[in-house]
Each structure stands twice: as structure tokens, then as C-alpha cells.
Design a protein around this ligand. Structure first.
Ligand SMILES: [Zn+2]
Length: 293
């Protein structure tokens, strides 16, 4: 591993450890912890020289917020590429993989683009309230956010969510699927990164997969499938589909591979930081491509 990759890996690990070990479970039932996570994300953005803005709303009587930074496009600023992740967790789960991993990736990508001059605008967003009971409701952070995008008539040309990107396994049968039979068609070793979208996002799925295959050593499994198949819409990209935007999820497939999903055992020691680093580096290439094409 190159020295710069080692440094990136170590920073990713520190983000995950802070969120999952120092803070722990973070949701409206533990508002102080949720606030601590938000504050941590904001302080990181500031340390990269990126002023953040927030979108606040109330959920179960608790003030919550999405947090974003924007790298303004140079000549096509009104065409917007979004990458983000959720920072909340389910109760009784430190949520190292789901989804401190995605937030760590989002933060480090924001750092890497802080001085960039992309053609299109890039936004990095940390969403609150992805998990139940808010999941796929109007109080899901990304749903509140995508509603505002539509109200403002924003031209979101591509949206990527990093959802649970730290589990990679090499043993036969380590990968399962939501539908019987998919294992006959798709890999049964859980060593790949999945790029998942609905049928309307198939162009974006293909573009992302092409770049990831070219630029990373990770096996890439790309699928554009009907959004109603279990798992396909299980993160913040769903919220953008609801407004008609093209949106995809980069994921290790979460419960279909990671046995600690939504349990107290979802701790940082379970994360494969080497391969997670490759996911982040690949995502950087995807963002470069999407913001310049
Ligand atoms: Zn999640």
C-alpha cells in the first residue's frame, strides 16, 4: 500500500472509531449522541476549509439536521452531483459499518475535493434519520433534503450514497441475496462492491461501474433492478428516486453479507479498512468523472 493510501486508511479508521466507539449509538432516542455525531462531522468539514450549511427540522420533538458542504462548479454550477451518507444508527448498535463507514468515506472525499475546481457543482451531505422508524418516511433526513431539491428546482444530475462499505469476505457462500435464485446468477463470495440502482438509474449505474472497474482492483457487481426488490432501495438514494432523480448506492450489501448488521457487534474491528480505502479511492474517480463529463 502506498504511503498516501495508508494515511487515508488511518483517517477513515479514526472517523469510524470516533463515531462508533467514542460516541456509540446515535439516534433521536439518544439526542446528545446524535448531536455529538453532527458536531463531529461539522468540525471535520471546517477543518478541510469547507464552510458547512445545515437543514434543520423536528422529528419526535427533537431538533435534527442534515449537514452539507458544496464545491461550486466553475462553468456548469447549476448541474449538481451529490455524494453522501447517513450518520444516525439503529438503537443498540454502535454502527461502525452501518454507517460510520459511509460517513468516513464522505468526509475523506470532501477533504480530497476541498481545493478542486470541478466543472459541475459537487455536494457532500451527511443525512440524519435514515434508520427506522424514519426509514422511507417523510421524516427521513435524505427525504427532507430531496424534497427541498425539488422545491428549488435543482438539477441533480447524479446522486451516490455510500451505505455500509466496510465488509469484504473471501469465503465461499459468504454472499447471500434477497431473492432465491439470485445466488445462481451472481457471485456467492462477498468480496465485491455493489453498485445498485433502480431501472431509471441504469445509466448512472453503468457509468459508475465502468469507472470503478477501470480504477480499482475491487470486483464490481452492478445492478439496475426494480426498486421494489428488497434491499435495492434501502438507503438514502431511495429519497432521490422519489423525486425522479438518478441515484445509486455503493454498498457491501449490508445484511446480505455482514452478519453484525444492526447488532451490538457492529464495531470498528469488523471493518476491512484496506478494501474500504479502495472503495473511497474509486468513489473519488467516479466523482471526478461525473463532475467533468
Ligand atoms: Zn444504513
Amino acid at each position: 500500500m502506498h504511503q498516501l493510501e495508508i494515511e487515508l486508511r488511518d483517517r477513515l479508521r479514526r472517523h469510524v472509531e470516533f463515531l462508533a466507539s467514542d460516541i456509540g449509538e446515535r439516534h433521536v432516542g439518544r439526542p446528545d449522541a446524535l448531536e455529538a455525531a453532527a458536531k463531529y462531522i461539522e468540525s471535520q468539514f471546517i477543518s478541510f476549509g469547507l464552510p458547512f450549511s445545515t437543514q434543520e427540522y423536528s422529528a419526535q420533538g427533537i431538533a435534527v439536521r442534515n449537514i452539507e458542504v458544496e464545491i461550486r462548479g466553475s462553468d456548469r454550477a447549476d448541474e449538481i452531483v451529490i455524494l453522501g451518507a447517513h450518520y444516525d444508527s439503529v438503537p443498540n448498535c454502535p454502527a461502525a459499518n452501518d454507517n460510520a463507514s459511509g460517513i468516513a468515506g464522505t468526509l475523506e472525499l470532501a477533504r480530497r475535493f476541498a481545493q478542486a475546481k470541478p466543472s459541475r457543482t459537487i455536494r457532500f451531505v451527511a443525512w440524519v434519520n435514515e434508520e427506522p422508524p424514519f426509514f422511507q418516511t417523510q421524516q427521513m433526513g435524505s427525504r427532507v433534503y430531496s424534497t427541498r431539491c425539488k422545491e428549488r428546482n435543482e438539477n441533480i444530475v447524479a446522486m451516490i450514497t455510500l451505505e455500509t462499505i466496510g465488509c469484504f469476505l473471501d469465503s465461499p457462500g459468504s454472499q447471500t441475496y434477497p431473492l432465491m435464485g439470485l445466488g445462481l446468477l451472481l457471485p456467492t463470495v462477498g468480496n465485491f462492491l455493489a453498485v445498485v440502482g433502480n431501472l431509471s438509474s441504469r445509466g448512472l449505474v453503468r457509468t459508475c461501474a465502468d469507472v470503478l472497474r477501470r480504477e480499482t482492483t475491487l470486483p464490481i457487481e452492478a445492478q439496475a433492478l426494480p426498486g421494489i426488490i428488497p434491499g435495492i432501495g434501502w438507503s438514502d438514494h431511495w429519497s432521490f428516486w422519489e423525486e425522479g432523480y438518478e441515484a445509486v448506492m455503493f454498498t457491501d450489501t449490508a445484511p446480505y453479507r455482514y452478519k453484525h448488521y444492526h447488532t451490538p457487534q457492529d464495531t470498528p474491528d469488523k471493518i476491512d479498512f484496506d478494501r474500504m480505502t479502495q472503495v473511497v479511492l474509486g468513489s473519488e474517480k467516479v466523482l471526478v468523472h461525473l463532475s467533468e463529463k
